[in-house]
Design a protein around this ligand. Sequence first.
Ligand code: PTJ
Length: 249
Amino acid sequence: MEIPKSHPRYLSLTTREKLVKGVREGLAVLEGLIAHGRGEAFDYILGEKSHDFALEAERAAVALMKLAEHPVISVNGNAASLVAEELVELSKTLNAPLEVNIFHYSKERVEKIAKKLEEFGGTVYYRGDAVLEGIDHARRIVDSRGILKADVVLVPLEDGDRCEILKKHGKKVIAIDLNPLSRTARMADITIVNNITRAIPEMIKFAKEITKEEAKEVLRNYDNKTVLKRAIEAIREHLTKMAEDVMNA
Ligand code: PTJ
């Protein structure tokens, strides 16, 4: 469908179309559309912008990955549909390989996602030759060169279960999740409450700028609990403003 640039919801609608295309191409699953809808709703009540707490978390995430020995970026169907090219750029900038890791498992989809990332020049792990003990669903299948030995894992649009298991395996977890109330958001070491479509380009910019010394300083001052609190408060403030706008209209 052709969406006119003049449409007030142009950006949101074109993002939706990307995900629909991702489903049609076999990258994302139908459940991914539902997850995206939930994300959209949170984005809406957050004012559809990158808040200061999100930028702070993005900078801390980049700092953590910069200082890590084996940082890995986990990619699922939604992430590949929305920001494949950008994920490859972030991966190259931070020297952090990409690993396809999906919840609704099929070998065919793993390969399609990997191919898409490789088309943009990404280094992609998807051998699935190792298992993360303690988790029942398909996300336990990992690559021995990637998530298995990673010390830091970036998990965009994740479910709480896996975040928990990654932490149990001693890994630092960075989540990108528009829902600051989710289990993932609360369990991660760094939670980026922002749309992945804004977060990844911003992280690329930070990754290009930051030095190792600055990274250490950023992490010394970072507090994820405060970031989550500010995200929840931002929702409250935005809703209060919208309520006032209704009364003043
Ligand atoms: O490709 P698969 O099989 O790995 O499946 C991917 C989905 C996303 C379907 C799977 O991981 C899933 O079911 O995720 P959840 O548990 O629904 O969690 C997704 C979270 O991401 C929710 O909290 C959403 O609010 C959030 N979210 C959705 N779209 C975005 C988002 N966060 C940031 N940016 C988005 N565009």
